[in-house]
Write a protein that binds this ligand. Structure first.
Ligand SMILES: C[S@@+](CC[C@H](N)C(=O)[O-])C[C@H]1O[C@@H](n2cnc3c(N)ncnc32)[C@H](O)[C@@H]1O
Length: 212
């Protein structure tokens, strides 16, 4: 299977998030949106079904979603969202005022610090990383453990790594430009903010490919 069943259909993913976050998957995305200035351009990496867009559509019309899963990208495009197929591991991150990544950094272990630095190089103002640190894989409920395991199956690869609170704190405190961290999602997640390093005067990078 190229993607875990969690990622087979947007409805499955959305339903799972309602279950995981006790009926309110939106609260932690509201927290992310609160960190984004009105009118800022946003590049949202690993956007999934784009819960973040739902919080930003009025406030930040210049929002772009990027994801490796073509099914999810097509779903977003059908909803009129500016969405693109994209592999964070290999593609150059387009410039924006704010670059975000929600619930996805674990996919890039052991290169998470490098990915954050690449995000910083493309962000003119800030980088926002929201990450689960109490994972469904450790739940006492078998169904939740199954969901957690399925969330690690992407592009034909199984990822066994998930952050603990200590591992996430260790990573962010050893990443230059780290600003602050706060609990999110009822304490299941952490929200970390970093400086952006991209020049504030430059236009989108010339090496930015034309995404479809
Ligand atoms: C747990 S979901 C998070 C989705 C969304 N950000 C959210 O918080 O609801 C992880 C997402 O990362 C995407 N993803 C995994 N590896 C990727 C990669 N190398 N490049 C781009 N997207 C990737 C998956 O397709 C999936 O949509």
């Amino acid at each position: 299977m190229r993607f875990g069943f969690l990622y087979q259909h947007p409805w499955i993913y959305d339903l799972a998030l309602y279950g995981l976050y006790h009926g309110d998957p939106h609260a932690r995305f509201k927290q992310v949106a609160n960190e984004i200035p009105k009118g800022a351009s946003v590049v949202d990496l690993c956007a999934g079904t784009s819960f973040l867009f739902r919080q930003l559509q009025e406030k930040c019309p210049n929002y772009q979603a990027f994801d490796i899963n073509p099914r999810l990208v097509k779903h977003l495009q059908k909803r009129g969202i500016n969405a693109h197929s994209f592999d964070v591991r290999t593609d150059a991150i387009p410039q924006a005022d704010v670059v975000t990544m929600c619930s996805s950094l674990y996919h890039f272990h052991p290169n998470c610090k490098d990915i954050i630095q690449q995000m910083q190089n493309s962000a003119r103002e800030k980088v926002i990383v929201l990450e689960p640190v109490h994972n469904a894989k450790n739940s006492r409920f078998a169904f939740m453990r199954l969901l957690g395991a399925q969330a690690g199956i992407v592009d034909g690869k199984i990822n066994e790594f998930y952050f603990s609170p200590d591992a996430f704190q260790d990573l962010i405190h050893h990443t230059s430009g780290f600003q602050k961290v706060a609990p999110a999602g009822d304490g299941r997640d952490m929200l970390a903010i970093f400086d952006g390093h991209a020049s504030t005067t430059s236009e989108p990078s010339p090496q930015t490919p034309a995404y479809s």
